[in-house]
Design a protein around this ligand. Structure first.
Ligand code: 13P
Ligand code: SF4
Length: 408
């Protein structure tokens, strides 16, 4: 899991890391606030949790933990601090309160909302449940506590498919992001009943923009958030939660990358990966940008903007969030059909465009007989042949896969 534990010491060490993204005159304003916040949070036994979209001076300057929405929920449950300051949006602060109701949770600006969360109410969910009796409700964490209270299990972009499949049913109501619902539907056999919510940041990206960037930057890796429209995800090389995207960059160290998501994240990830060059399409989340250092300090000094939820809502909504954290992330260990198909199709994607090769023909042409030999490039342990067999069978039932050597 890509959780960034921040432990830079003095403000000069912090500035060394982010000077490329924060002009010197702005830093003069930020530095004293950062010093004050970092001192005060220790004195008050507070923890600062920050989402990956927060600006660099928050992400690298004052956050104790920076992560995606799933990890923030998990960290909120684990903390022994008395106070949690959530540098993110309202549903993230509410989720922290649900995970750890005995703690005081603060949101530096109560106007930090989310277009997805405001697209649906608890009443809407009750009406849907009447329309589809007995069909379980899976809600994205980007929802209010009222919606969560009507939900069977929550999910984030990091585990949406896994959560849907964990229910072992034929059909689910999946709320509120229509694009994430499309993404899930593509990766599972479960029938998805969706809602018409969208993220105002991710819905703006187009596949044309991706194709243009790819043409202008040969070899670039394009990584998209699953809240993007389906054709954008289709045109990208990888899709994952904000932490999944960070992990991709960290593990693969591509020469050039474009993160198809909120602006600040590219700055934050670039500061941690100086050898990777970033192309930055800029779509700002106006809600995430409501949080600033002054408001964080105000929370610490004056306990402003505490999240208050009634016990009935906490009790009902908490269950759906806890259930999600028990399921965890979308694990690559589960070898079900849809997982294999996704992985193989992704692996073959390069071959599909602009022209095919032997493996492309294997999936494209029904009447060709092709013999393929898989040859190891160097000595080593052979593993994954069972996976290959299952994968090729899935592509074409007539495919014969003969192992000449055994796994391991
Ligand atoms: P993640 O769960 O991937 O962090 O996304 C949250 C979010 O609001 C993205 O827009
Ligand atoms: Fe909501 Fe989109 Fe902003 Fe995320 S980026 S908080 S989904 S509006």
């Amino acid at each position: 899991m890509s959780v960034q534990q921040r432990n830079l010491n003095g403000s000069s060490e912090i500035y060394k890391k982010i000077s490329k993204f924060v002009p010197e005159n702005e830093w003069k304003v930020h530095a004293p606030l950062i010093e004050k916040i970092n001192k005060l949070k220790k004195e008050k036994n507070a923890i600062i949790l920050a989402h990956n979209y927060q600006t660099p001076e928050i992400y690298h300057g004052v956050a104790d933990i920076a992560a995606d929405s799933l990890a923030l929920a998990v960290e909120a449950a684990k903390t022994s601090a008395d106070k949690i300051i959530m540098c993110g949006v309202h549903f993230m602060a509410e989720t922290a309160k649900l995970m750890n109701p005995n703690k005081k949770v603060f949101l530096p600006d109560m106007q930090a909302g989310c277009s997805l969360a405001s697209s649906i109410t608890g009443k809407d969910v009750r009406l849907l449940k009447q329309k589809y009796p007995g069909v379980p409700v899976v809600s994205y964490v980007n929802t209010s506590a009222d919606v969560k209270a009507e939900t069977d299990v929550c999910c984030t972009s990091a585990n949406a498919v896994k959560v849907v499949e964990s229910l072992n049913v034929e059909k689910v109501i999946f709320l509120p992001d229509q694009y994430l619902a499309d993404y899930v539907a593509k990766n599972t056999k479960v029938k998805i009943i969706s809602w018409k919510g969208t993220c105002i940041v991710h819905e703006q990206f187009t596949s044309k923009e991706i194709e243009d960037i790819k043409n202008q930057n040969p070899g670039i890796k394009v990584i998209a958030h699953p809240e993007c429209p389906p054709d954008v995800i289709e045109a990208s090389d990888f899709a994952g939660s904000t932490s999944g995207m960070i992990k991709y960059v960290k593990d693969n160290q591509p020469k050039k990358v474009m993160l198809v998501t909120e602006c600040s994240m590219s700055d934050n990830v670039e500061a941690d990966n100086p050898n990777v060059s970033f192309i930055k399409p800029c779509n700002l989340c106006p809600y995430m940008k409501k949080i600033d250092l002054e408001k964080i300090l105000d929370c610490l000094e004056n306990d402003t903007n505490e999240i208050i939820l009634d016990n009935k809502t906490i009790e009902a909504a908490r269950k759906s969030v806890i259930r999600m954290t028990e399921i965890g992330r979308w694990s690559v260990q589960k070898l079900n059909q849809s997982y294999i198909k996704t992985v193989v199709m992704k692996a073959l994607e390069e071959d599909l465009r602009p022209r095919g090769d032997i493996t492309t023909n294997l999936i494209n042409s029904k009447n060709k007989i092709i013999k393929a030999k898989i040859i190891a490039k160097q000595d080593g342990v052979i593993a994954g042949l069972e996976f290959c067999k299952a994968a090729f069978k899935l592509i074409g039932r007539e495919t014969v896969f003969i192992k000449k050597i055994s796994d391991g």
